[in-house]
Design a protein around this ligand. Structure first.
Ligand SMILES: [Zn+2]
Length: 114
């Protein structure tokens, strides 16, 4: 988790709330849900607050980001797009992840239009 917070900053990706180990503990959020073929790689992990992580469930990044905006939250769209691009690049280099590839492509198309 420290690596993720150092990489992306200590804020929830879905609501921008500050995360710290005393008041608002960070949780490990899978960008591409595991059931959608998301790998257990650092590139597929983001930090989110417990509330956003629980409420998202298995929703897609673009779908849940849209919902968050509808609820008046301020998602970190640039961080989420950057993470998807980083994951896309990691898959290109390492291969495999056939299920996640088209999912990431379509998510990036939706997010870039938002
Ligand atoms: Zn949050």
């Amino acid at each position: 988790m420290t690596v993720i917070l150092d990489r992306d900053g200590p804020y929830c990706v879905w609501c921008s709330a500050p995360l710290d180990h005393s008041r608002n503990q960070p949780t490990n959020e899978h960008l591409v849900p595991r059931i959608k073929g998301g790998p257990s790689w650092l590139e597929n992990e983001l930090a989110a607050c417990k509330r956003c992580n629980n409420e998202r469930g298995h929703q897609s990044p673009a779908g849940w980001l849209h919902d968050c905006m509808g609820m008046g939250r301020t998602p970190r769209t640039d961080v989420i797009i950057g993470a998807l691009e980083r994951l896309q690049q990691a898959i290109r280099e390492r291969g495999g992840q056939r299920r996640a590839r088209p999912y990431i492509d379509s998510q990036l198309r939706r997010l870039r239009r938002m």
